[in-house]
Ligand binder design. Structure first.
Ligand code: NAI
Length: 297
């Protein structure tokens, strides 16, 4: 494996591109939006600068990492020679199915097609291709350069060979791959999202305010970040779509998204990416609680 293509240059895509490039792989980063590509490279550059400040990497490692990344808005040329494509586009089933149909048509027959989806069925994505045995979930965690886990999800038809290749590759990135099967939410989000949703419902019912809920979970449960702040970092739209996938996939009301979460997403309060979620990110990098008025909305 030498040539990696990453589709989507948002929160996750630029992190995935960064990690592969830093480990010496040639990366093509593809997005439909030129602005997203520019933003992605700016984010990678900023994160590399931070790593230099912390003396984790040198200036020359920074420039070699950046030199390993090429960007394009043209999917066909972006996947030319790709040994592996990792799709990290928006969490929307139609977007992903269209991308995989196109990837299957334009990629070499040996190319492995992976998705970073948080919750959408790998089996369903694989079914729109003619190579379901070469389709796999490669679920990185946010922020990708820092988080060690890669949840490796086997679709119904994913082969042992594909799984082994992707497990070995993850180890080369100094990550810890963990193999799971393909059911809604997989393992990570099946456990995490009900907790986040319950934190939002706790706020919605006025049991406590934003900072109180997060403090209880940080100091009481030794979580590094409270669930509401974590939701802001993941993106409230992403949280909502994951909960909807589990709600529909299991036909179980326990996964029904909190009405407050639905309202916030509808109002465009998506967390860090829109500068406002449960906290306000517009003024300073230090998150300030927006208000404790959510329960009244
Ligand atoms: P994002 O909204 O930050 O970025 C998505 C990017 O995909 C945007 O730049 C958009 O222009 C691009 N895009 C949309 N359609 C495209 C297409 N047809 N071709 C190429 N690019 C396209 O989303 P984010 O948060 O990076 O999520 C990406 C994937 O990663 C989703 O499947 C999400 O569920 C998953 N994920 C997200 C995590 C998070 O913490 N945000 C954590 C783990 C997985």
């Amino acid at each position: 494996m030498k040539n990696i293509t990453v589709i989507g240059s948002g929160t996750m895509g630029n992190g995935i591109a960064h990690v592969f490039a830093q480990n010496g792989y040639a990366v093509n980063l593809v997005d439909i939006s030129k602005e997203a590509l520019e933003k992605g490279i700016a984010t990678i550059t900023r994160n590399l600068d931070r790593m230099i400040t912390k003396e984790h990497i040198t200036e020359s490692q920074k420039s070699s990492t950046l030199n390993h990344i090429k960007t394009t808005t043209d999917l066909k040329s972006g996947v030319k020679n790709a040994d592996l494509v990792i799709e990290a586009a928006s969490e929307n089933i139609d977007v992903k199915l269209n991308i995989f149909k196109e990837l299957d048509a334009v990629c070499g027959t040996d190319t492995i097609l992976a998705t970073n989806t948080s919750s959408i069925s790998i089996t369903q994505i694989a079914a729109v291709t003619n190579r379901p045995e070469k389709v796999i979930g490669m679920h990185f965690m946010n922020p990708v350069p820092i988080m060690k886990l890669v949840e490796i999800i086997r679709g119904f038809s994913t082969s042992d060979e594909t799984t082994k290749t992707i497990m070995d590759l993850s180890l080369k990135l100094e990550k810890t791959p963990t193999e799971v099967n393909d059911y809604p939410g997989f393992v990570a989000n099946r456990i995490l999202m009900p907790m986040i949703n319950e934190a939002i419902e706790t706020l919605h019912h006025g049991v406590a305010g934003v900072s109180e809920i997060d403090t209880v979970m940080k100091l009481g449960m030794a979580h590094p970040m409270g669930p509401l702040q974590l939701a802001d970092f993941i993106g409230l739209d992403v949280c909502l779509s994951i909960l909807n996938v589990m709600y529909e996939g299991f036909k179980n009301p326990k996964y029904a998204p909190s009405p407050l979460l639905v309202n916030m997403v509808t109002a465009g309060k998506l967390g860090v990416k829109s500068a406002e979620g449960f906290y306000d990110y517009s003024q300073s990098k230090k998150a300030e609680t927006v208000s404790n008025q959510f329960s009244k909305r």
